[in-house]
Design a protein around this ligand. Structure first.
Ligand code: NAP
Length: 472
């Protein structure tokens, strides 16, 4: 067989499907995997693509199967396995070859890997790939970080295998170093918030309005025809519709309410905190998964305080739909604000409109909404999505519903960590006179941290005890 155009290490769910996608697009691909059986199985099951796939468990033989200059995609478990694979590949690669890490790397690791390969002549790209198994096979959204030269070398194949929105590839170069993996992290943070807010409105329907899974499914199906039209709303209706083959009951009622997390949501919240950008809705979603994992404590808590009453949420479904839209706007505003700040700090010049564009198809948060976001960012350099005219209009129309739902849930004893934090973020964002004047007073009182005055420039400090009781 002629030499392969590209190599791929890691035949997990994502790697296997990405390799088939590459072959499907006419490229010859060679594969390698730690467990050799998977290589044989992959080649044996390649069907009509068999003449374009090859592979070997021996890393030197695998590298020798690639056309020079070589491009090798690594799609293994994030963290130490990526470093292990790079260490295996390095002795067999030459100047001009490129390693492409396509897993969910922490962007700090990506920055370190760039530094470690610097001076070797071996190039590196850190790319975020979103879309799960289906996306990897038929077209994911691809967020690229690294040097522009290396991007141009890989551009043709990455664009070919990516999802398309109105014929445009959902794949773009976003900036140097860890830019691609950073954007993928924030994508996942937004995904956490999107998913949690959907879970919260499902909770309102199930507990606050006493609706069955089938009734909830019907509502999500309807919502998918309006402004909330998105992959996550669509699959929510399918999840609610599914019937367990063992018990005959709705499958959603059999699934344990404990959510897993692999780290990207938490990393988003950590990055937001480090950058000093408020991303409370993403933080709320991470916290919701953490508290979901504490099932025994929640059971004990319900025994101590009693269960929330059923059917007590005083909201209608239209209000709920608008509330979800308002919450979604706040969550995306936060995610994009985190990216804008990171771009400034790292000198990435992240194209926010382009990011929204490549999320319109292929990825998990794909939606009609992202088209509106990309158009809004293309119009100008707004500091925050909440200041973009289209979103000002949407938020003016929908924030009242968010307020109604959060208030109704508070009275019905239903938790809404994301929706309520979205509302608090919005109310804080549009409050010209906040309340941290008292915080600054306290900080100066106990720690001589100083404060600024509204009527004079400069930094001030007071001997507070001498001022007490002198008001009026
Ligand atoms: P995964 O379970 O994260 O990784 C499986 C692959 O990693 C297998 O090929 C496995 O080899 C290899 N591996 C694990 N430890 C290794 C080590 N120490 N040395 C060498 N290889 C090692 O599978 P995945 O879900 O396909 O994910 C791959 C990457 O894509 C991850 O970074 C993941 O976060 C990211 N991602 C996943 C999704 C998704 O929906 N699953 C979506 C986007 C991105 P063996 O076969 O020998 O075990």
């Amino acid at each position: 067989m002629p030499q392969a155009d590209i190599g791929l290490v890691g035949l997990g769910v994502m790697g296997e499907n990405l390799a088939l996608n590459i072959a499907d697009n006419g490229y010859r691909i060679a594969v390698n995997n730690r467990t050799p059986d998977k290589i044989e199985a992959f080649i044996a099951n390649a069907g009509p693509l068999a003449d374009r796939v090859s592979g070997d468990a021996d890393i030197a033989t695998f590298v020798s199967m690639l056309k020079a200059p070589r491009s090798v995609i690594i799609m293994v478990k994030a963290g130490d396995p990526v470093d292990a694979v790079i260490a295996q590949l390095k002795p067999h690669l030459e100047k001009g070859d490129v390693i492409i890490d396509a897993g969910n790397a922490n962007y700090h690791d990506t920055v370190r890997r760039f530094a470690e390969l610097d001076g070797t002549g071996i190039g590196f790209l850190g790319i975020g790939v979103s879309g799960g198994e289906e996306g990897a096979r038929h077209g994911p959204s691809i967020m690229v970080g690294g040097s522009e030269d290396e991007w141009h070398n890989a551009e043709e194949v990455l664009k070919a295998i990516s999802a398309k929105f109105n014929g445009e590839p959902c794949c773009a170069y976003l900036g140097t170093g860890g830019a691609g993996h950073f954007v993928k992290t924030i994508h996942n943070g937004i995904e956490y918030a999107d998913m949690q807010m959907i879970a919260e409105v499902y909770g309102v329907m199930r507990d606050g309005l006493d609706m069955s899974p089938a009734q909830c499914a019907e509502v999500f199906r309807e919502w998918n025809k309006g402004p909330l039209d998105s992959y996550l709303i669509e699959i929510t209706s399918h999840v609610l519709d599914a019937v367990d083959s063992k018990s005959g009951r709705p499958l959603v009622e059999i699934i344990v309410d404990q959510a897993g997390q692999k780290g990207t949501g938490r990393w988003s919240a950590i990055e937001a905190l480090n950058l000093g950008v408020s991303a409370t809705t993403i933080e709320g979603a991470v916290a919701a998964r953490s508290i979901s994992a504490m099932k025994p404590e929640r059971i004990a808590g319900e025994k101590l305080y009693g269960a929330a009453p059923k059917g007590k949420a005083r909201v209608d479904l239209k209000t709920l739909e608008n509330a979800l839209l308002a919450g979604k706007i706040a969550a995306y505003a936060q995610g994009f604000a985190v990216m804008a700040k990171a771009s400034e700090e790292n000198g990435w010049d992240l194209p926010l409109d382009e990011i929204a564009k490549i999320w319109r198809a292929g990825c998990i948060i794909r939606s009609r909404f992202l088209d509106t976001i990309s158009q809004a960012f293309a119009k100008g350099d707004a500091a925050n999505l909440l200041t973009q005219p289209d979103f000002v209009t949407m938020m003016k129309e929908s924030n009242g519903s968010l307020r109604e739902v959060v208030a109704a849930c508070a009275m019905a004893e239903l938790p809404t960590p994301c929706l309520s934090s979205a509302l608090a973020y919005f109310d804080a964002y549009r409050q010209a006179q906040g309340t941290t004047n008292i915080t600054q007073g306290q900080r100066d009182f106990f720690g001589a941290h100083g404060f600024k005055r509204t009527d004079e420039d400069g930094d001030f400090h007071h001997d507070w005890p001498s001022l007490i009781g002198k008001a009026g």
